[in-house]
Design a protein around this ligand. Structure first.
Ligand SMILES: [Zn+2]
Length: 211
């Protein structure tokens, strides 16, 4: 699996736009996004589960979505959890992966439901492994469902857990994984972090196909 780390030039408050093959990735941290930025982006009412919806209405309840090519884009709101996106010629998809979602198998479920081999996968900004302290029970339940057993003691690596669960569900070896490694908790200047601040602020990240 090829994982390419991307560190874009972030604007004030964690805004960035990154051109990827066939798609544009947008990030809004503490600066927020206004309505014109969000045009055509679908957000869900996320509930830390593993439900994936096909072509959902705005604010439908679930943690993942698959959208046919045609203008709308999947958007994910997080404070420390990992947003993951997939794209190919005919579809784009996004899901919200925290420990609960990964323990419930959301990354594997997405790979099983996604209608064609994904050309790219994007792992957005989330809390880093050093910052993400968890109890042994949490680490064990995610390790069991993801197959990733490299977590340091008392810590959880959301990125490698998600990749491992997708690989086990058939993520093609030739898919390129783009990873945005800035930590939501370390980078107070860029991102909201629930663990750091305990507030309701959310970072917005989305992926739009560009053909
Ligand atoms: Zn960190």
């Amino acid at each position: 699996m090829r994982v390419l780390e991307i560190r874009p030039e972030y604007g004030p408050g964690g805004a960035a736009t990154v051109e990827l093959p066939g798609a544009v990735y947008r990030i809004f941290g503490i600066s927020g996004a206004d309505a014109s930025d969000c045009e055509g982006v679908v957000f869900l009412s996320q509930i830390h589960g593993s439900g994936i919806l096909f072509d959902p209405a705005m604010w439908a309840e679930g943690d993942g979505m698959i959208i046919p090519e045609g203008g709308r884009c999947p958007g994910i709101r997080t404070a420390d959890c990992l947003p993951v996106f997939l794209a190919s010629a005919g579809f784009s998809a996004g899901f919200h992966a925290g420990w609960r979602g990964l323990a419930a198998g959301i990354a594997g479920e997405m790979l099983r439901l996604y209608p064609e081999p994904p050309e790219i996968v994007v792992l957005g900004n989330c809390i880093c492994t050093d910052c993400y302290t968890v109890g042994d029970d949490v680490e064990r339940s995610v390790a069991r469902s993801s197959g990733y057993h490299g977590n340091p003691p008392g810590r959880l690596d959301l990125r490698n857990s998600a990749i491992s669960q997708m690989e086990a569900a058939g993520l093609p070896e030739e898919t390129i994984v783009y990873s945005f490694p800035e930590c939501t908790m370390c980078r107070e200047d860029l991102f909201h972090s629930f663990r750091r601040d305990g507030t309701a602020g959310r970072n917005l990240q989305w992926l739009c196909l560009e053909r």
